[in-house]
Design a protein around this ligand. Structure first.
Ligand code: RB5
Length: 139
């Protein structure tokens, strides 16, 4: 997490997992939601991506039930590369191959342990560049 500012946000379906992740990663800035009361995931995806776009050193974690709603919303913003990871191997690859700056977790379909491993590797894995950079430039 060196030199990185990391933000996290979720809807109600991701609230529990977000709380567990914040216990393990207390330096991550929480942008809500603050309870398991029903909310709309786009409000939180927009709030987080706005912060991420302020600096290249900013990274984000979004959680909803499936990860899909957060992912669709986040990827509408130019400069955001959000990838859904169901496990830590995918979380590693979205950094290495896609230079993802937002990790999206499916709160209802991932264990807490796998989510913690996913965050750890997402924040410590570097982009491999090379042929992957060429592909990203074509997006
Ligand atoms: C909320 O019930 C659920 O629809 C949301 O968390 C997410 O999975 C949407 O993509």
């Amino acid at each position: 997490m060196k030199n990185k500012t990391v933000y996290i946000a979720s809807d109600h379906a991701g609230f529990k997992l977000k709380s567990q992740l914040l216990k393990k990663f207390p330096k991550i800035t929480d942008l809500g939601t603050k309870s398991d009361e029903s909310v709309d995931y786009p409000d939180f995806a927009h709030k987080l991506t706005k912060e991420i776009l302020k600096s290249k050193n900013n990274f984000g974690i979004l959680i909803c039930g499936t990860g899909v709603g957060m992912s669709i919303t986040a990827n509408r913003r130019k400069g955001i590369r959000a990838g859904i990871a169901n496990n830590s191997k995918i979380a590693t690859l979205i950094r290495k191959h896609n230079d993802a700056n937002v990790l999206v977790l499916p709160g209802r379909f991932i264990s807490t342990n796998e989510a913690k491993k996913s965050v750890q590797t997402f924040l410590s894995t570097k982009f491999e560049s090379g042929r992957h950079k060429r592909r990203i430039d074509k997006i």
